[in-house]
Design a protein around this ligand. Structure first.
Ligand SMILES: Nc1ncnc2c1ncn2[C@@H]1O[C@H](COP(=O)(O)OP(=O)(O)OP(=O)(O)O)[C@@H](O)[C@H]1O
Length: 258
């Protein structure tokens, strides 16, 4: 299921403001790639171009190419809704559908895709909740509201919802920033398990987290406010944290700025 992402010469705009410039990178399948860098360098903006979520923002525009294996995500024939189904996303704040039950939260995307049979839905809901390491905690209260779970459980519910529609890539935008340390570890363990099936990209402010969960790390930077963010380097996480090629990476990692 997991696919490789190949980005070439990507520029990302909000109206006339160029927020990200000239990004080219490959994201390997069945691995975790972390995006790190100082606030405002365009990590989240760039992440959202990988499933065409950027263009839902008024004035949002992208130049360049994003390939998912051999599919060009920005080809005129490509349906953005299909892209978002293939490339799932988990957000900073857990955002279960507030009025829906735990079960319905996970089943919502499947129902939208036309799955109606109760037996099929039951099976996928169970597999997805198990995949998100949440099944044992919720199996006896599937009809209770998703909003009644703890923050960490809600985030795992959102991950279950994302994997229920069988995406090939999972994008995570600071998925642990609203969670306590125990829930953070639970989500990190989950990321580690999910990478055998998915291509995972995670934006994080927490460098220890990047070092713990990712195989590859991309460091983004901006020269000054108002300039576009750029990819400085991407490499194996151990190399980025121990022996980066660029001085700017070294300075950021060692806490000299950002
Ligand atoms: N909806 C928007 N409209 C206009 N400009 C935006 C919008 N969202 C972000 N920006 C600008 O784009 C640039 C990149 O922002 P982005 O949120 O992608 O950075 P980031 O690296 O993810 O930051 P942080 O680490 O603080 O979340 C910033 O200058 C930001 O102000």
């Amino acid at each position: 299921m997991a696919k490789r992402i190949d980005v070439s010469d990507l520029n990302v705009y909000y109206g006339s403001f160029k927020a990200v410039e000239g990004v080219s990178m490959t994201v390997e399948p069945r691995s975790v790639t972390a995006f790190i860098g100082p606030s405002g360098c365009g990590k989240s903006t760039f992440l959202r171009t990988l499933n065409r979520m950027h263009e839902v923002i008024p004035g949002g525009r992208v130049e360049g190419k994003v390939m998912l294996d051999d599919q060009d995500l920005y080809a005129s024939s490509m349906d953005p809704v299909t892209v978002r189904r293939t490339v799932g996303m988990v957000f900073q704040r857990p955002n279960p559908f507030p009025t829906m039950s735990i079960y319905d939260n996970v089943a919502a995307g499947l129902r939208l895709n036309g799955v109606k049979k109760k037996k099929t839905l039951d099976g996928i809901v169970e597999t997805s909740l198990k995949g998100a390491n949440l099944w044992n905690e919720v199996k006896d209260r599937l009809s209770k509201p998703g909003a009644g779970l703890s923050g960490g459980q809600q985030q795992r519910l959102c991950i279950a919802r994302a994997i229920a529609v069988q995406p090939q890539v999972l994008l995570m935008d600071e998925p642990c920033s609203a969670l306590d340390p125990i829930s953070t570890l639970a989500v990190e363990d989950l990321i580690n398990e999910l990478k055998s099936d998915y291509t995972i990209v995670i934006v994080t402010h927490n460098m220890q987290q990047a070092a713990r969960v990712s195989d590859r790390t991309a460091f983004f930077n901006i020269r000054k406010t108002g300039d576009p963010g750029r990819l400085v380097e991407i490499d194996d996480t151990t190399r980025i944290f121990n022996n980066p090629s660029e001085q700017a990476t070294e300075d950021y990692i060692s806490g000299r700025f950002g």
